[in-house]
Design a protein around this ligand. Structure first.
Ligand SMILES: Nc1ncnc2c1ncn2[C@@H]1O[C@H](COP(=O)(O)OP(=O)(O)OP(=O)(O)O)[C@@H](O)[C@H]1O
Length: 662
């Protein structure tokens, strides 16, 4: 059985599921199967309710799909290589690590690191300097462990960093019902609360200032895993706190270990490198890092391409930083110019990891991670995070990881349960008028309810065109896409974020990671060609326990992605419109006569399990050779329950696992 099939079976047949699935809103349960009626046909033939609200388009004739499935290809090509020439030598198969569960200070027991910094958390008080006047916060001097003298509080800076705190949504509590699965050897216990966790005291203070009271599920697990010096591949739904999931343990470790950098004597070598696919996401993560490092000696800088910020970034790099958040292209450039050395990297994070390992970034990522002087897997910690992890990408990731834990919160690649999804059949000719109707309605409701609307299109040209047409029609819109220069992109985002222009037209640059409070409605003016892109786009709403709505205009051209979309709607317990089911059936019939449709590259689990059950090595020459698969355990646990060995669930797998989506 394919992964897709087993997944939907797992969800459909679940008897013990939690009540997390939100029933479709009245607006999503159109008895007309989600068909769109253009304005000029409305009110004809008694079809009075058509499109009276954004969520309730109705009426119209069924349009039959056209177009055959496209054939996909294996994008791997000549990968491989390894770490030859790396000054740090090979990773060693299962080399020594610090003791398990030694969270407080988490001694990094490989000799490579110990020789440089005297080990984590072990620096003597005498090696620490007093507050550094060059720090924006005034620098604090860490002593061993948590004994730390933070810089004094600064009301202005606090306001700038924490002034915009958004309360979490009413569904935040439900995150803890989401089932968590872990595979990999000896996973540590999850933390129950921030307070009782081994996170550094100052970080905990900053977490409180950020308004976080309890860790989200991905944070509960990722924090101890990272503090335990393990590599991690973590998959959790959009908007569920993955950023904190990697930032917290890294910052905590650096607070405990890194000596403050002194004026004039700063190292150019960062300790943590966080790579992201877009500049806006890099900026956002950097701002989060600034928040959580407040009053500490830990500094972060952001490096990204475009615009005239090169000089500024070079200057900052020369002053040194502990954490670098970067987009791959500009970072590669900086490395080539010898402005940065990765020799001391302790933590490498690929946020939106599946995108980072995808074709577009392949060369840059390889250049950074493999060809530079970065410590190899097993020496550095590598953390991969995303809401989607296709199996092919899991395989590619092997060469970056060492003996890693695979963590799944919910179902890999599933949409956030906080998003109500509606799919409407709209022909290309009718899209604009339909969108204007939606925006009209949204505008009216905004006066009482507030909210922002994000509209995704496929091309930069469409984004420009739509932005122009809609603003001519009187809507306050702005746009973000790759043809706008960086300052325009940042201004557009700020205008949207501050509600000055409540409508943002965007291409894929805004699809991943962006956390903009109060985005209540996402519209896919064009259905993306890849289903994972769909999951990320609609994930710009329904974040941190808030509810959100997403509507997708689906035309005959989108037929190839219909089966995958049906699968994801079913996974999330959403209504599947009849026209979409018909398209999927048609696709099946076409398939029997013609070429095979592209299977969505869906992984429902840690791919190492598939390999184990088929008796194959995880990855020839890479993870397998490094002994990545040492006695893999598999745990399935409700987020608030004690770990249970996976084997006791084996007979149920794919049938009655409790699921948040049921
Ligand atoms: N423990 C917490 N308590 C309350 N709010 C939180 C907590 N952790 C994160 N948040 C908030 O949740 C929102 C989403 O977090 P984040 O951006 O890290 O999600 P994500 O999982 O990385 O999403 P995406 O998949 O889109 O990248 C943010 O506004 C963040 O401030």
């Amino acid at each position: 059985m394919s992964n897709d099939a087993s997944n939907s079976q797992r969800l459909n047949q679940s008897e013990t599921g939690q009540a997390l699935r939100t029933s479709p809103s009245p607006s999503t349960s159109s008895s007309t199967g989600g068909l769109y009626v253009p304005p000029h046909l409305r009110n004809a033939g008694g079809n009075s309710g058509a499109s009276s609200s954004p969520g309730s388009p109705g009426g119209g004739n069924h349009r039959s799909p056209s177009g055959a499935f496209q054939k996909g290809g294996d994008r791997r090509g000549g990968r491989g290589g390894g770490f030859g020439g790396n000054p740090h030598g090979g990773p060693g198969a299962g080399g020594p690590r610090g003791p398990r569960n030694s969270h407080a200070g988490g001694p990094h027991s490989d000799g490579w690191r110990a020789g440089r910094h005297g080990g984590y958390g072990g620096a003597s008080a005498s090696s620490r300097a007093s507050p550094d006047p060059t720090s924006p916060d005034g620098m604090a001097a860490p002593a061993a462990g948590n004994a730390y003298t933070p810089a004094p509080r600064c009301p202005e800076r606090e306001k700038a960093l924490f002034g915009d705190i958004q309360p979490s949504g009413i569904n935040f509590e439900q995150y803890k019902e989401i089932p968590v699965e872990i595979s990999g050897s000896n996973p540590p216990e999850p933390i129950e609360s921030f307070k009782e966790s081994p996170l550094h005291d100052l970080l905990q203070e900053n977490i409180i200032l950020s308004g976080y009271t309890v860790p989200t599920p991905v944070q509960r697990y990722s924090i101890p895993i990272t503090l335990d010096n393990r590599d991690l591949m973590a998959c959790a739904q959009t908007g569920s706190g993955k950023t904190g999931g990697f930032l917290f343990p890294i910052i905590s470790q650096l607070m405990k270990s890194n000596a403050p950098r002194r004026a004039g004597g700063r190292s150019r070598n960062p300790s943590a490198l966080i790579l992201t696919p877009t500049r806006e996401l890099a900026i956002q993560i950097h701002k989060e890092a600034e928040k959580f490092t407040y009053r500490s000696h830990i500094s972060s800088i952001v490096i990204y391409g475009g615009g005239g910020n090169m000089q500024d970034q070079m200057l900052k790099l020369r002053s040194g930083a502990d954490i670098i958040v970067a987009t791959p292209g500009r970072l590669t450039d900086m490395i080539k110019r010898d402005l940065i050395s990765l020799t001391d990297i302790q933590f490498l994070v690929l946020d939106e990891a599946d995108r980072m390992l995808d074709m577009g970034f392949e060369d840059d990522i390889n250049a950074i991670v493999k060809s530079s002087n970065m410590p190899p897997p097993g020496v550095r910690r590598t953390l991969l995070f995303s809401a989607t992890f296709p199996e092919l990408i899991q395989r590619l990731a092997q060469e970056f990881l060492h003996d890693y834990i695979f963590l799944t919160v919910g179902t890999i690649g599933a949409a956030s349960h906080n998003v109500d999804q509606t799919i409407v059949s709209v022909s290309d000719n009718d899209k604009l008028t339909f969108l204007q109707d939606l925006m009209d309605n949204f505008q009216k409701r905004r006066e009482s309810e507030g909210g922002l609307m994000l509209v995704f299109v496929e091309t930069k040209r469409s984004a420009n065109l739509l932005d122009t047409l809609l603003s001519k029609a009187g809507f306050e819109t702005t746009s973000i896409h790759g043809d706008r220069d960086q300052s325009e992109r940042e201004i557009a985002l700020e205008m949207f974020r501050s509600h000055k222009t409540p409508f943002l037209i965007a291409t894929a640059v805004a699809a991943r990671g962006l956390d903009i409070p109060n985005v209540t409605f996402v519209v896919n003016y064009d259905m993306p060609k890849e289903i994972d892109e769909y999951i990320h786009r609609i994930g710009r709403t329904g974040r941190a326990g808030h509810r959100g709505r997403a509507m997708t205009f689906f035309s005959a051209r989108d037929a190839p992605v219909a089966p995958a979309l049906v699968n994801r709607l079913q996974l999330a317990g959403q209504e599947v419109p009849e026209f979409l089911l018909a398209m999927t059936r048609d696709a099946g019939r076409t398939h029997r006569r013609g070429p095979a449709p592209v299977r969505p590259s869906f992984a429902s689990q840690d791919f190492r399990e598939n390999m184990q059950s088929s008796g194959a090595a995880a990855t020839p020459g890479a993870g397998g050779a490094r002994g990545n698969n040492r006695g893999s355990d598999h745990m399935l646990m409700m987020n608030n329950a004690a770990p249970t060995p996976y084997s006791s669930f084996t007979s149920n797998r794919g049938h009655s696992l409790p699921s948040a989506w049921d």
